[in-house]
Design a protein around this ligand. Structure first.
Ligand SMILES: *Cc1c(COP(=O)(O)O)cnc(C)c1O
Length: 476
C-alpha cells in the first residue's frame, strides 16, 4: 500500500481554507519558511479511500474480540465522543481568560472528585499523558517527599517480578535503583522476601493489585504496612483498577500515590485510537509536590494554582483535556452502581473464559482469577513444538486480536487474557470455539501453525529487527 505522500499529485489538493477574517501580519524574516511546505495533495475521494483502506487493515476493539491482557481493551461508548465534541469543550484555548472557561474547569474538578472517590486518593493531577508517564510523575513525588525531609539515603524502589516493565523503567528514570523481589508459589508477593528487601534505603514499593497474573494480593495490608514501617511509600500501578473499582480502593489498601489509565479503565481511546491520559492521585501529604495547574474551587469560582513545592510540569497546561471529558462522561453515564457492575462483570467474564479454556490449555495459576488470567503453553510446546507466538498468529487468522504474550515474565510461553466486561457471553463462546479449533490443529497438524498468519496484510515480521533498528521516517 502506498503512503499518502507517494499518492500525492500536484494540483489534486482538496484543502478549502476559508478566507482570512483577521488582519494579516507579516512574520519577521527569520521566522519565515525558506522551503515550500511538503504537504500531500489528494482529492477528497482519494483521501477518503486512503483512510478507509488503512482502517480495514488495522484491528481495533470495533473489529473483533481483543483480549489483550492488562490493557483493558473495552468498548469506547460513542456518547463519550459526542461530549468531547461539544463546542464549549473543544473550541477553547489553554491561555484564554479563566472566567471564559469556568465550565471546563468545573469538568476537570468534577472528574478529579469522582476519581478520588473511586480510588481513595485525596487529590489528583491530570498532566501525565499515559500510565508510564504517571508512574514517573508518581515516583518523582515520592522522591520530592524524601528529599524535602532530607532523607537522602533512600535510593531503592522495590518492584515484584510480575510488574509491568514500565515500573522498573520509571523508577530508574527517576534516579532510583530497582530491587526485584520474586513472587511466591501462588504468584503473589512473597512477604518474607519483601521483609528482607526493605530497609533504611527503601524509597518505596511499586505494585499493581490485582497483579498481572490476575490475582488479588491477599496480604495487601501487610505488604503496604511493611513498606511504611521501613519509612518507604507505596505506589499503586492503576492499570488493573477495572477489576476492583466500586468494590475496594487503593487508598484504603495503604497506597500513597497511584496512576489511573483512563484509556484502560475509563473507556477513552487506546493505542493508535487517540492520546492517552494517566492522572496521578495522591494522599494530602504529597499534594504540595504535584505538578502545576491544579484546579481549585473558591467561592464558586474555579482557578488554577501551583502547589508550593511542585516537581514542576510533566506536560503542558493540564493534560489531554478532551480525554478527561470522555472519562467523565463514562463515569456519569454509569454512576456508582454502574462502576461497581463494570468490575463485577469484568471478573465474571474473565472467570468464564478461564474456566472454558482450562479444558484445553493450562492455566498458569489455577483457581478464581480477577479480571484476567494467564495461560502457559509450555506443555504444548514441549509436546508439539507449538509456541505461544504460533497460537497468537493463528488467532489473527481467525479474527481475534492475540492476548498479551510472554508476559508476565515468570510464566513460560504465556498468553494473558482479559476479555473485559463489554464482551457478551456469545462473543466469548465464539472465541472459545476458535481456541478449541486451534487446539485441535496443534494436536493434529502442528507444522501448519508455524506458517500462520496467512490472511493478514503482512505475515511474520522481524520483531527484534523492528525494535532494534526502527525506521521512524519515510524517505523517498
Ligand atoms: C498498561 C500498563 C502500564 C503502562 O500504562 P500506559 O498507559 O500504557 O503507559 C503499566 N502497568 C501495567 C500493569 C499496565 O498494564
Amino acid at each position: 500500500m502506498q503512503l499518502i505522500f507517494e499518492k500525492s499529485k500536484q494540483g489534486h489538493g482538496s484543502a478549502l481554507i476559508p478566507e482570512c477574517d483577521v488582519p494579516e501580519i507579516q512574520l519577521p524574516q527569520n521566522l519565515r519558511r525558506t522551503t515550500p511546505l511538503n504537504m500531500p495533495e489528494l482529492s477528497e475521494l482519494e483521501l477518503s479511500r486512503h483512510y478507509t483502506k488503512l482502517m480495514k487493515r488495522t484491528f481495533g476493539v470495533n473489529s473483533g474480540f481483543y483480549p489483550l491482557g492488562s490493557c483493558t481493551m473495552k468498548y469506547n461508548p460513542r456518547i463519550n465522543e459526542d461530549m468531547a465534541n461539544l463546542n464549549g469543550f473543544k473550541d477553547i484555548h489553554p491561555l484564554q481568560p479563566i472566567e471564559t472557561v469556568q465550565g471546563c474547569l468545573a469538568a476537570l474538578h468534577e472528574t478529579e472528585q469522582a476519581l478520588c472517590l473511586i480510588t481513595g486518593m485525596d487529590t489528583m493531577t491530570f498532566q501525565p499523558a499515559a500510565g508510564a508517564h504517571g508512574e514517573l510523575t508518581g515516583v518523582l513525588l515520592i522522591k520530592a517527599y524524601h528529599e524535602e525531609r532530607e532523607d537522602y539515603k533512600r535510593t531503592k524502589i522495590i518492584v515484584p517480578d510480575t510488574a509491568h516493565g514500565t515500573n522498573p523503567a520509571s523508577a530508574t528514570m527517576a534516579g532510583y535503583t530497582v530491587v526485584n523481589i520474586p513472587s511466591n508459589a501462588k504468584g503473589c508477593v512473597d512477604i518474607d522476601k519483601l521483609r528482607e528487601a526493605v530497609g533504611e534505603d527503601t524509597a518505596g514499593l511499586m505494585l499493581t493489585n490485582p497483579n498481572t497474573l490476575g490475582l488479588f494480593e491477599p496480604d495487601i495490608l501487610e505488604i503496604t504496612r511493611i513498606v511504611h514501617d521501613a519509612g518507604g511509600l507505596n505506589y499503586y500501578d492503576g492499570a488493573n483498577l477495572n477489576a476492583i473499582m466500586g468494590i475496594t480502593r487503593p487508598g484504603d489498601m495503604g497506597f500513597d500515590v497511584m496512576h489511573i489509565n483512563l484509556h484502560k479503565t475509563f473507556s477513552t481511546p487506546h493505542g493508535g485510537g487517540g492520546p492517552g491520559s494517566g492522572p496521578v492521585g495522591c494522599k494530602y501529604f504529597l499534594a504540595d509536590y504535584l505538578p502545576r495547574n491544579q484546579v481549585i474551587k473558591l467561592n464558586d469560582e474555579y482557578s488554577f494554582f501551583c502547589p508550593p513545592v511542585t516537581i514542576g510540569c510533566v506536560k503542558a497546561f493540564y493534560g489531554n483535556f478532551l480525554v478527561i471529558i470522555r472519562a467523565l462522561t463514562y463515569i456519569k453515564t454509569l454512576g456508582p452502581d454502574g462502576i461497581k457492575q463494570v468490575a463485577e462483570n469484568a471478573v465474571l467474564n474473565a472467570n468464564y473464559l478461564r474456566h472454558r479454556l482450562s479444558e484445553y490449555y493450562d492455566v498458569a495459576y489455577p483457581g478464581i482469577c480477577m479480571h484476567e488470567f494467564v495461560l502457559s503453553l509450555q506443555n504444548l510446546k514441549d509436546k508439539y513444538g507449538v509456541s505461544a507466538l504460533d497460537v497468537a498468529k493463528a488467532l489473527l487468522d481467525n479474527g481475534i486480536h492475540p492476548p498479551t504474550m510472554y508476559f508476565p515474565l515468570i510464566v513460560h510461553e504465556a498468553l494473558m487474557l482479559e476479555p473485559t466486561e463489554t464482551e457478551s457471553k456469545d462473543a466469548m463462546d465464539e472465541a472459545v470455539a476458535v481456541f478449541v479449533k486451534i487446539y485441535e490443529q496443534i494436536t493434529t497438524d502442528p507444522e501448519s501453525l508455524h506458517r500462520m498468519p496467512l490472511t493478514t496484510p503482512v505475515r511474520r515480521l522481524d520483531e527484534v529487527g523492528a525494535a532494534r533498528n526502527p525506521r521512524l521516517r519515510f524517505c523517498c
